[in-house]
Design a protein around this ligand. Structure first.
Ligand SMILES: [Fe+2]
Length: 357
């Protein structure tokens, strides 16, 4: 299968993986021939990429962190949790706990964790998907940082519930497409303290989980919110969560912003590590596991040539093996003359400058 930008998918192609709208409903099912109506519908929902059958197996799982089945279980559990928050007597964490456990099992079963960045994006159920993505990513980071299983469990539960306080923020503020007033900004920032209150008053969980809801927008340099904590006053799991939370938010389409390009997001996260807003050691670890150009991505090299990624190099995911599609002047290379280039062995002028798919 190959991850393909939606605008390059032809009607009639075979879908290689369910495209879901959350809560168990698949918009397009694996194995069907996609129609132009399906394509229009997906486009409307903000989906930018889907998996198409091309007769080849993917070398890694789509995002290399957790299985699709686990992702769906987690998504259903988070959706259910948010649906029942107002009724605290029914505030039942058993589904979330099962989901957290499965996610940790998946992460620990993975020999090699890579995060392929062109995941399927959509915005109609942002908070739920975001919570699951953030959890999967933070577990991957936690595993790379060598956390033991019990800490990964705390991270998983904290990740799934870190934005629970958003339930108390009016949707019209959360999804406001234009600039926020100071008051609206404060209302959004309060999701951290509200989340802490909900979890500390209504659940019998590890207090670190409550802190993750409260501290995931704190910055190492004291410029974050709500408590302007600094450095080691921010729990190390919250410092991990801060990185992956930003990562996922920047890469997503939101009512008030488009999805940022991979290059821009990577650059922003990298410089946040350098300027001391984010934990530099965790930022380094995180960027090492991110695969900015998954197999099948069309990229442009610094010398103007275009190429498509045929294999990811695990020593440096930013410099994969590519197949050349055009020469420096943009002239296409005939199919039978397309050669492979290992970017890791090449001089810097062949670095990838942007992805085109
Ligand atoms: Fe948040």
């Amino acid at each position: 299968m190959i991850l393909t930008p939606l605008n390059l998918v032809n009607a009639g192609s075979i879908v290689a993986m369910d495209v879901s709208a959350g809560a168990g409903r698949a918009l397009v099912k694996k194995g069907v021939q996609i129609t132009s109506r399906d394509l229009e519908d997906l486009h409307r929902r903000g989906i930018t990429h889907i998996y198409i059958e091309d007769g080849n197996e993917l070398s890694t799982k789509p995002d290399g962190t957790i299985s699709e089945a686990t992702r769906q279980i987690a998504l259903d559990a988070v959706t259910d949790l948010f649906d029942h928050i107002e009724d605290f007597r029914r505030f039942n964490l058993s589904r979330v706990k099962i989901a957290a456990e499965r996610m940790v099992d998946d992460i620990l079963a993975n020999e090699e964790i890579n995060v392929q960045v062109q995941d399927i994006r959509q915005h109609d159920d942002y908070t739920f998907k975001h919570s699951v993505n953030v959890t999967a990513l933070s577990l991957a980071l936690g595993r790379r940082a060598g956390l033991p299983r019990d800490e990964l469990m705390v991270l998983a539960l904290g990740g799934l519930m870190h934005d629970i306080g958003k339930k108390m923020v009016p949707l019209e503020i959360l999804n406001k497409p234009s600039r926020l007033t100071d008051e609206e900004k404060r209302a959004i920032e309060e999701h951290t303290t509200k989340g802490f209150e909900i979890l500390s008053q209504h659940t019998n969980t590890d207090p670190v989980i409550w802190s993750l809801a409260r501290q995931h927008h704190e910055s190492l340099d004291g410029t974050g919110y709500p408590d302007r904590r600094k450095g080691k006053d921010i729990h190390n799991l919250a410092r991990m969560l801060q990185i992956v939370d930003q990562w996922d938010a920047l890469r997503s389409v939101r009512p008030y912003k488009p999805a940022w390009s991979n290059e821009r997001v990577i650059h922003t996260i990298r410089s946040s590590g350098e300027t001391g807003r984010m934990d530099p050691a965790y930022v380094k670890l995180f960027l090492k596991m991110v695969v900015p150009y998954p197999q099948g991505t069309v990229v442009q090299l610094a010398d103007g040539r275009m190429a498509s990624v045929v294999a990811v190099n695990r020593h440096d995911p930013a410099r994969p093996v590519v197949m050349l599609l055009s020469d420096r002047n943009g002239r296409p290379v005939p199919e039978d003359q397309r050669t492979h280039l290992e970017l890791l062995q090449e001089p810097p002028e062949t670095a990838i400058v942007k992805s085109l798919s």
